[in-house]
Design a protein around this ligand. Structure first.
Ligand code: BGC
Length: 354
């Protein structure tokens, strides 16, 4: 009798385990985000979770504190839990080859979110904003606001690039330099530091403090004599914050020593405030709601066993394959249009920007 009870218990437990795995895994979507330290990723994560849940999915949303091993562990857990699809904004795009091989063995599909995942055949789709265009818009903003097309110049400028382990950083830089390089070649833009190589101007981990320290050095070495600085190409807002802090500490921001044109990306709240205060000139706006809804559509198609919608099958080569991509359209915000773009659209409340 005891044996029979024990056997029944084992069967009940086994069945409940299968049931549990099925009910959680069946519609469970894993969303792996890099860090909560930058506002945009919080927004991305929250939008993804809300929109997926609205469609009836369960969501395992994780942030990895910008630590590659933490992200790998989180992905392994998602695989063990039986997630159907993994949506991954990678920290180091080249560090996920092994864990994605495990995902593929378990028949789990993978969407690279915002950043391309490199060196893996197990990336099914990529959803992002047009990263080259982001750089082009930043370059064109500088071109227009300095009057370069009208032949004005020469102007002094310094260049920054993003994290070298993020494929996006190369695209942002490529796009911006496609506009700015001809003016450098013609001598209409001068880079007093002469630092133009991607590896020299790149800021690891998109760190604000590293960008600030590099700007401090650039000022000391090249602008101490009072030479005018007309523009700084910053690929994103976390770098722009560091650059502005450095310039402010060096006495910029007065009538005699105005801030240069400073670009950015993400429209993070502190940066929009900096734009309103005249410290940062512009920021690329990538509406994370648009990207999230595109990814939710991709997830829906994958779960139904269909092809997901893409609009680019040429650009994003991850070293092993060209990943079918959906590119959303970036635009820029500055002091003239931020209200319409960011407040009227409901992205921020007016009170967020005070
Ligand atoms: C994103 C940017 C972001 C940067 C730093 C890039 O991959 O595309 O929007 O500013 O990472 O987090």
């Amino acid at each position: 009798m005891k044996k029979l009870v024990a056997l029944l218990l084992v069967i009940v437990l086994a069945l409940s385990f299968v049931g549990c795995k099925k009910s959680s895994g069946d519609n469970l979507i894993g969303v792996a985000m890099p860090t909560q330290s930058l506002q945009r990723w919080n927004q991305d994560g929250a939008n993804m979770k809300a929109q997926l849940e609205k469609k009836g999915y369960q969501v395992d949303l994780q942030y990895a504190n910008n630590d590659v091993n933490t992200q790998i562990q989180q992905l392994e857990n998602m695989i063990t839990k039986g997630c159907k699809v993994l949506v991954i904004a990678s920290i180091d795009g080249s560090a996920l080859t092994d864990v994605l091989a495990k995902a593929a063995e378990n028949d789990i599909k993978v969407i690279a979110y915002d950043r391309l995942i490199m060196n893996s055949e197990n990336v099914d789709y990529y959803a992002t904003f047009d990263n080259f265009k982001v750089g082009v818009i930043q370059g064109e903003y500088i071109e227009e606001n300095l009057g370069l097309k009208e032949g004005k110049g020469p102007f002094n400028m310094e260049l920054f690039a993003g994290s070298p382990d993020d494929n996006n950083a190369l695209f942002f830089n490529g796009g911006a330099m496609s506009i700015l390089q001809p003016y450098i070649d013609k001598g209409k833009i001068i880079i007093p530091s002469k630092q133009t190589e991607f590896t020299t101007i790149a800021i690891h981990g998109w760190s604000s403090s590293t960008a600030q320290a590099r700007m401090d050095n650039l000022i000391t070495a090249n602008y101490a004599s009072g030479k005018k600085l007309d523009a700084v190409l910053s690929p994103n807002d976390s770098l722009a914050i560091g650059i502005v802090t450095s310039l402010k500490n060096a006495g910029f921001g007065t009538a005699a020593k105005p801030y240069p044109i400073i670009t950015g990306q993400d429209c993070d709240k502190p940066n929009v405030i900096a734009m309103i205060n005249g410290q940062q000139s512009m920021s690329i706006f990538k509406d994370t709601r648009t990207l999230a809804s595109q990814v939710v559509e991709m997830v829906g198609a994958i779960v139904e066993g269909k092809e997901a919608p893409v609009n680019d099958t040429k650009t994003y080569d991850n070293g092993v394959k060209i990943v079918p991509s959906f590119l959303c359209d970036p635009v820029y915000a500055d002091v003239n249009n931020y209200k319409e773009l960011l407040v009227d659209s409901g992205y921020y409340k007016e009170s967020d920007l005070q």
